[in-house]
Design a protein around this ligand. Structure first.
Ligand code: FAD
Ligand code: DHB
Length: 396
């Protein structure tokens, strides 16, 4: 097979890239290791930045998100038994976030690809990348894989590595040209999805001496909650009763609010990591999304960064095919990394401020409380938090 851009991975990055390229008249073929159903049902992110919402709307994909997404204008920080609201819209000149599950975004993208008869291979195995560094005239980039027992090869001009943190793309770059930066946190999140109508209007991020907790939602009948836990937490030790009891303790407040309970539909443990690989390009291979960088989830930035990367990449590839100009492609890595490092810092800052850790000295504990007091009492500090949380605007 032959195409202009071979895309590895059908997460938000790969699927949105193929959609944006199609709108620019650039051909692509997508190769994914998992089944279509698995991709559509994987419960992950839920917070879309203003820029992500704008990108989805501009791409003509926003109809269901506009109907079903929940627009939020603030978040709450709960500590010392008090709830403090950060007025994101007021502090950012009108920007907001939308709560709409990542799997819904993925579903909308797969439906759009189907409607256009887009070429996608699900359940591909043994995916490998070739001809990345060479002169494309002699040494063409190629993606090879097995599909339904048949070996397949896609010859292309460029490869987009959108295959997440554990994919093959980043590891296809020689170690000598890749620089990586990493921090692994000494805690994780135990996340649940519950059949309970949300009884708070906005997300609640709680700092409690027993650990962080987050109240979020997916729809008018489903809540999403997280509890700080150990990285190797044994889920079998967490009965539904124990989860609700711990959540109630960590959300204790003088106003008496408690998260509404309901049947727990799903439980899982998410490790916490900060990671950046530089550069995000090697020859004809461009990395996008979690393949290049990971943030701890406290800042709700992971999927939004994936969308920002492919927005830049689709515009750069469109310019290359439209005008033959590679300036934007050459600048891809440095353009993306500027936003990536801002999000890395914000995610680290939110994680650090909101999670007590066994390693914290009493001095560090007091610093965290001081930071929480500051962002909820100083308008300047609250504005800085808000502008990062709703997402910085894209460069024109
Ligand atoms: P992925 O979604 O990981 O997609 C990569 C795809 O590549 C997968 O489908 C995978 O199956 C496929 N693949 C892997 N290896 C191969 C291979 N060898 N060949 C072919 N295909 C392969 N982000 C936010 O913005 N907001 C949030 O609120 C938020 N909350 C989160 C909560 C949780 C519990 C978790 C786990 C994550 C959260 N994130 C959040 C992060 C967000 O989910 C990720 O950053 C996002 O999925 C990245 O998209 P991606 O397309 O780059 O990678
Ligand atoms: C959700 C996840 C996050 O990481 C976050 O910061 C806020 C909300 C969620 O899954 O709803």
């Amino acid at each position: 097979m032959r195409t202009q851009v071979a895309i590895v991975g059908a997460g938000p990055a790969g699927l949105l890239l193929s959609h944006l390229l199609r709108r620019e008249g650039v051909d692509s073929i997508l190769v994914e290791a998992q089944s279509r159903q698995y991709c559509e049902q994987r419960i992950r992110a839920g917070v879309l930045e203003q820029g992500t919402v704008d990108t989805i709307n501009e791409a003509g994909l926003g109809a269901r998100m506009q109907r079903e997404g929940l627009v939020h204008h603030g978040i709450e920080l709960l500590f010392g038994r008090n709830r403090h609201r950060i007025d994101m819209t007021g502090l950012t000149g009108g920007r907001a976030i939308t709560i709409y599950g990542q799997h819904e975004v993925v579903r909308d993208l797969i439906d759009a690809a189907d409607a256009h008869g887009h070429h996608m291979f699900f359940e591909a195995s043994g995916v490998s990348l070739h001809g990345l560094a060479g002169d494309a005239q002699r040494d063409r980039p190629e993606v090879r894989f097995m599909h339904q027992g048949v070996e397949q090869r896609i010859e292309c001009d460029y490869i987009a590595g959108c295959d997440g943190f554990h994919g093959v793309s980043r590891n296809s770059i020689p170690a000598s040209v890749l620089r990586t930066y990493e921090r692994v946190y000494p805690f994780a999140w135990l996340g649940i999805l519950a059949e309970a109508a949300p009884n708070a209007a906005e997300l609640v991020y709680a700092h409690h001496e027993r650990g962080f907790a987050l109240y979020s939602m997916r729809s008018p009948s489903i809540t999403r909650l997280y509890l700080q836990c150990a990285p190797d937490e044994d889920l079998s030790q967490w009965s539904d009763d124990r989860i609700w009891s711990e959540l109630k303790t960590r959300f204790e407040n003088d106003g008496g609010w408690q998260p509404a309970e309901g049947a727990i539909l799903q439980k899982g443990v998410t490790p916490m990591r900060s990671f950046v690989a530089e550069p995000m390009q090697y020859g004809r291979l461009f990395l996008a999304g979690d393949a290049a960088h990971i943030v701890p989830p406290t800042g709700a930035k992971g999927m939004n960064l994936a969308v920002a990367d492919v927005r830049v990449l689709s515009q750069a590839l469109a310019a290359r095919y439209r005008d033959g100009c590679t300036d934007l492609l050459d600048a891809y890595s440095s353009t993306c990394l500027e936003r990536v490092w801002r999000a890395e810092h914000f995610s680290w800052f939110m994680t650090n401020m909101l999670h007590p850790s066994a390693d914290d000295t009493p001095f560090v504990n007091r610093l965290k409380m001081s930071e929480l007091n500051y962002v909820t009492t100083s308008e300047a500090a609250a504005r800085s938090l808000a502008e990062n949380y709703v997402g910085l605007p894209f460069a024109a």
